[in-house]
Design a protein around this ligand. Structure first.
Ligand SMILES: [Zn+2]
Ligand SMILES: [Zn+2]
Length: 276
């Protein structure tokens, strides 16, 4: 892929809740959420689920000894969004700087990330890792790096989550995971931040049938995803945060159904890329 792009996106992890390293699930992917977003000037990461392990190794090879300055946008801190971090190679290299952005106060972000790497859960404290780390409240420090502006917005989810509208050179990607529909105010906010986006990435964990059993768990459906895509006039819808019980066959069936409601729909697949 050449350098002629405003925004480029790669999915390193697309699964919700827990990794699914089973042959029946590998067509779409087994790692939990991690996205790479690039402009021609630099790279940012969204979330650090288990997909972050492979992405981190890739970054280390790409930078090959040069210092990496990586900004990480965190949606929230449920396990499936942080579990790759203790195995994220750039943290183990002196000279690298990793800056974590979240809608929480800096000391809280630090405490949460240190928590998952503390005794007895992990052998090495985050404090002992050689890369420099920084923690930023994105709500009071607007994000603009490498020509990419990231506008945070609140999502309806247990303990809350943050969505991001990413803009660069007139192109827009809206990332909305994790969320449950049915909160009037936040449903409206989501549609505003998704308005006219080229790409909308949406938490479509459940089928409409399953949703009746899982109401209140913080996730949405492919049907709601197509409604938001239509209401907000988005160019392309990407279904994301796949349920661990949905094997490849099930995901392909979901894709077919969703396309009947919003034609330009795809299912996020581990390793796939989008260039705008
Ligand atoms: Zn999740
Ligand atoms: Zn969550």
């Amino acid at each position: 892929m050449g350098d002629n792009f405003a925004l480029r996106l790669k999915f390193w992890g697309v699964r919700g809740t827990i990794p699914t390293p089973a042959p029946s699930h590998m067509g779409y992917g087994g790692n939990t959420t991690c996205l790479e977003v690039r402009s021609s000037d630099g790279v940012i990461m969204i979330d650090a689920g288990t997909g972050a392990r492979q992405f981190g190794t890739h970054l280390q090879n790409e930078f090959n000894g040069a210092n990496l300055n990586l900004h990480v946008l965190m949606t929230h801190f449920h396990w499936d969004h942080i579990q790759g971090l203790p195995h994220f190679a750039p943290l183990f290299s002196p000279g690298n700087k990793i800056i974590f952005h979240s809608s929480r106060p800096p000391e809280q972000i630090r405490g949460i990330l240190e928590g998952q790497m503390s005794d007895p859960y992990y052998p090495i404290s985050l404090n002992y890792l050689p890369a420099q780390r920084d923690f930023v409240d994105i709500c009071s420090n607007p994000f603009r790096q490498f020509g990419i502006a990231a506008h945070p917005f609140p999502l309806h989810h247990p303990q809350s989550a943050t969505g991001y509208r990413l803009e660069s050179k007139g192109k827009v990607i809206t990332h909305a995971s994790d969320l449950e529909h049915g909160h009037d105010k936040l449903d409206k906010t989501l549609r505003e931040f998704a308005q006219d986006a080229d790409v909308l990435i949406y938490d479509a964990q459940y089928t409409p049938n399953e949703y009746s059993s899982w109401k209140g768990r913080g996730h949405s459906t492919w049907l709601q995803a197509t409604r938001v895509a239509r209401d907000s006039n988005v160019g392309r819808l990407i279904l994301f945060h796949h349920d661990p019980n949905h094997d490849d066959e099930c995901m392909t069936a979901i894709l077919g159904e969703a396309r009947r409601h919003f034609e330009n729909t795809d299912v996020a697949t581990e390793g796939s890329e989008i260039a705008l």
